[in-house]
Design a protein around this ligand. Structure first.
Ligand SMILES: Nc1ncnc2c1ncn2[C@@H]1O[C@H](COP(=O)(O)OP(=O)(O)OP(=O)(O)O)[C@@H](O)[C@H]1O
Ligand SMILES: [Mg+2]
Length: 256
C-alpha cells in the first residue's frame, strides 16, 4: 500500500460533474455541477422526473457518454470510456436470438478471450444464481420477459464487475414479476457484493432497493438531494417506516 488514499473496490467518486446537450442550437444543461461519493458495495437508486437526466448520468458513469465538466473516478482513478469493472443493464436485455441462453451469457466472456470451457462454466454459475440453470439450452424467444431480463443480469454479472449500472431494469415487467425481481436483485447484490446503481421511476422500487436515493432536480440549476433508507433487509413494504419514506418521495414529486 502506498501513501495514496486506498479505495475499496467499487467506489465511485463524482466531482463537479456537468453535462449539457445542444438541441436546435440551444444549450440544455442536463447535469449541473455536482459531487457525490458512492461507497463500495452500496445500493444507490437514482430517481427524478422524466428528462431530469437519469439515463444521461448512468451513461456518463458507464463511460458511454462524456461529461463536459468534472470527472468520475472509480476506485480513485478517473474513467476513460467504458471499462471492465462496470457492467450496464438496460430496460430490454438485448439478447442474441440465435444463441442459447447459456451462449448469450458466455458471449461477453468469449469476447474477453476466456477459453470456452471456463466461459461456459462461469456462465452456468451465473445462470444458476438467477434461477435459470434449467433453461441454459433454451433460446431467448422461449423465455418470458422476466426470465429474459434475468439472463441479461446473469450476462452482466458473469464479467464479474465491481459496479452494476441499471437503467430501469424492471420497467418493462408486470407488477408481480417486478416485485419478485426486486427481491432477486437484492439477493444477488448481497451475494455478489457489487456496487449497484439503479435508475428507476418507481419510487417504491427505489426505497426497496437502495441504501440511499438520489433525487435529480426538476428545475435545471436545482440541487441534487440524497435520502438515506435506513431499514433492515429484506425490506417489508408495509413497515410504517417504509411507507413513510415512499410517501416522502411521492411528495417530492408533487404526487401526494
Ligand atoms: N443524445 C442526446 N442529444 C441531445 N439531447 C439529449 C440526448 N440525450 C438526452 N438528451 C436530453 O437530456 C435530457 C435528459 O435526458 P435523459 O434521457 O437523461 O432523461 P431521463 O431522466 O432518463 O428521462 P426518462 O425518465 O424519460 O427516461 C432530456 O431533455 C433529453 O432531451
Ligand atoms: Mg431514462
Amino acid at each position: 500500500m502506498n501513501a495514496m488514499t486506498s479505495f475499496e473496490r467499487g467506489t465511485v467518486t463524482i466531482r463537479d460533474l456537468s453535462k449539457s446537450f445542444s438541441i436546435n442550437g440551444r444549450d440544455l444543461n442536463v447535469l449541473k455541477a455536482f459531487d457525490l461519493d458512492i461507497h463500495a458495495g452500496e445500493s444507490l437508486a437514482i430517481v427524478g422526473a422524466s428528462g431530469s437526466g437519469k439515463t444521461t448520468l448512468l451513461r456518463v458513469l458507464a463511460g458511454l457518454e462524456y461529461a463536459d465538466g468534472g470527472e468520475v473516478l472509480i476506485d480513485g482513478r478517473p474513467i476513460q470510456g467504458i471499462g471492465n469493472e462496470r457492467a450496464v443493464i438496460f430496460q430490454e436485455p438485448r439478447l442474441l436470438p440465435w444463441r442459447t441462453v447459456l451462449d448469450n451469457v458466455s458471449f461477453p466472456l468469449e469476447m474477453r478471450r476466456l477459453d470456452a470451457a471456463t466461459a461456459q462454466k462461469r456462465a452456468l454459475h451465473y445462470l444458476t444464481l438467477v434461477g435459470l440453470r434449467d433453461f441454459a439450452e433454451a433460446l431467448p424467444a422461449q423465455l418470458s420477459g422476466g426470465m429474459a431480463q434475468r439472463v441479461g443480469i446473469a450476462r452482466a454479472l458473469a464479467v464479474q464487475p465491481e459496479i452494476l449500472l441499471l437503467d430501469e431494469p424492471l420497467g418493462a415487467l408486470d407488477a408481480m414479476t417486478k416485485i419478485t425481481m426486486q427481491e432477486e436483485l437484492t439477493r444477488i447484490w448481497t451475494e455478489e457484493k457489487v456496487t449497484m446503481i439503479t435508475v428507476t421511476h418507481d419510487l417504491e422500487e427505489a426505497v426497496y432497493l437502495a441504501d440511499r436515493v438520489l433525487i435529480l432536480p426538476k428545475e435545471k440549476g436545482g440541487a441534487i438531494r440524497l435520502v438515506p433508507v435506513d431499514l433492515p433487509r429484506p425490506r417489508d413494504r408495509s413497515d410504517p417506516r417504509f411507507v413513510h419514506l415512499r410517501e416522502g418521495l411521492l411528495r417530492e414529486f408533487g404526487l401526494h
